[in-house]
Design a protein around this ligand. Sequence first.
Ligand SMILES: CC(C)(COP(=O)(O)OP(=O)(O)OC[C@H]1O[C@@H](n2cnc3c(N)ncnc32)[C@H](O)[C@@H]1OP(=O)(O)O)[C@@H](O)C(=O)NCCC(=O)NCCSC(=O)CC(=O)O
Length: 393
Amino acid sequence: MVDVVITGLGAASRLGIGVDALSRGMAEVRYAPPEPIADPGARVPVPLFYRLPDEQLPPGPDEALGLPVGRANLLALDSARQATRSARLVPDPDTRVSVLIGSSVADVHVVERWRTDGYPQRSRWVPVFSAASAIAADLGADGGAVSLSNACSGSGYALAIGADMIAAGETDVVVAGGMETYSRVALACFNRLGALDPNGIRPFDRHRAGSILAEGAGCLVLESAEHAHRRGAPVLARLLGSGWSCDGHHATAPDPTGTQIARAMRAALDDAGATPDDIDFLVPHGTGTERNDATESVAMATVFGDRLAKIPLYSLKALIGHTGGASAALAVAAAVLFCQQGWLPPNVPVAEPDPDCPVLLPADRTPLPGRTGMVNAYAFGGNNMSLIVAGGE
Ligand SMILES: CC(C)(COP(=O)(O)OP(=O)(O)OC[C@H]1O[C@@H](n2cnc3c(N)ncnc32)[C@H](O)[C@@H]1OP(=O)(O)O)[C@@H](O)C(=O)NCCC(=O)NCCSC(=O)CC(=O)O
């Protein structure tokens, strides 16, 4: 049995660049309503989006490997650099490093912009794989670069597959995470689906009406405990297990029975050698759509029974919006911080809790009885994922 540990973290969200910005923003509940996007080309009824101020964007290359580096790639590259810096990872020809990055639409905005801003003299290829490849090149990582487009649970899959690669002895170190930025196409799709809330994202509120999309990136460094110990790396937390499933039900709507998302939670617990009673906190997917929050509540009640009403949840998307392919990695990064500090930050207050969602969302800072949490991530296509994070050493 290989103990997979988390030795590095990197983050970017509307709260700022870096894990400290995420941590501070959560602790201070810096809620701000989503801004209307300044994009005349968008032409949508709900033009709301969370984005980092331009001046906070990290410096970075305009291109990598000859491919354009747009905002999503830039944020992913910077998060990977933050994560490897905090893991004190230095290039070593004897260490196999693998990179796995999830995203829904990556830097498609670069191509979208050509329609309004004019086509460049020389058209450029903007593939989804460019972030993983750019990060691998930047780190000198030759253990494989993998890109996952499992929509909003993509970075959860990146982490789970990365942990499995370590456990199987296929690689030594994994840099895994995800990224997303503003895309007209994504925003138009969510508008067309009626999946955005003009009043802002309100997970588990009786009057919730949809999500709010957001820019963000998150990267984590994973390795075996033995490898981390050998190179004297800081152990921030452990990734105890993961589980996944597919609804096989509908392209965009979850199976309302929640059968498969409960199965993913149980699979993650089994993989972690844990039981529902071991879970001290939950970071739900909580997109603020009527269907996600109701279905996720049904599934959590199936797995945790009456105890669900006593397990505190931290609803990250209520604060930072739905960062799509980055959301699972940012949720795991938040869970690592919770395990380290031993408390959950105050949730953005829920104005009117939905009686159909019997979950506990404390509006105050909440001490944790233990250091084991579950993170859920779901996606269009019915791609369900749960991960178990626990305190280090
Ligand atoms: C998307 C929904 C709001 C849609 O619910 P509805 O009951 O309104 O469904 P509906 O079938 O009437 O569809 C609404 C409108 O979208 C259109 N529509 C539906 N599917 C479409 C498709 N594939 N392409 C183009 N249009 C489509 C329909 O024609 C309709 O348009 P018209 O109104 O013109 O007739 C709901 O299923 C939902 O909340 N799903 C998401 C749940 C969630 O948050 N899951 C979390 C994981 S997903 C996630 O986190 C995001 C991600 O992975 O990216």
